[in-house]
Write a new protein. Sequence first.
Length: 239
Amino acid sequence: MRIPAYLLLAGLLASGDALAHGLWTEQRRGNIEVIYGHGAEDDTFKARKISGAWAYDAAGRMIPVSVQRLDDHARLQPLKPPAVLAVALDNGAWSQTPDKKWINQGRSQVPDSIHSLHTWKYSLAIHREGARLPELKQLKMVILPERDPLTVGPGKPLPVRVLVDGQPVAGIKLIGDYRGSPHQISTETDAEGRAQVTVRNEGLNIIAAEYYQKVQGDAEIDERGLFASLTFLGEPHHE
């Protein structure tokens, strides 16, 4: 069961870390930093929550990548510059108390919980034109470009497909500029999980989406929440 969009957006505004934050990667000071934030916010997070990172060359072959776990965030260190980079964050179980506060624990540890969920965040970054995408089964939710995003250009539509657990999902709301306009829905997916998203920026583009699903028979949570981002440069970088 998918939560209606108007309830979803209301929840995002009210729930703080439990739901509202997304995940993406950026090049900063020569490093690939994992960013955990919402819009212009760039918050600290527990680096141990990074549950996986994967790097690939232009032919889709895996490149070894390590995760540098710093005090307030994480940094990815691939063996060589990647064409494609993915990262996952397991944000754990969250429970909401009657006074609307969120605690990063499951229902068994928050006895008065009125709502509990487990959230995961996933990021896919395309760094090189012509890169071949691998299967990416490790990403439980993914926004897949159906055209090379580095060749589209600002102001033009990029066809994408959203998969959850490897299957297309209809009605997913896509945010075309997650950092610049994190509450502005650009479009939504059709019955085959496909949509057209206008490329917004010459610099870094962050297309994002979220999905919430009821969970049956779990003593700790009522639902799971998934976040996915797709990042790429709108124009080639020139020194």
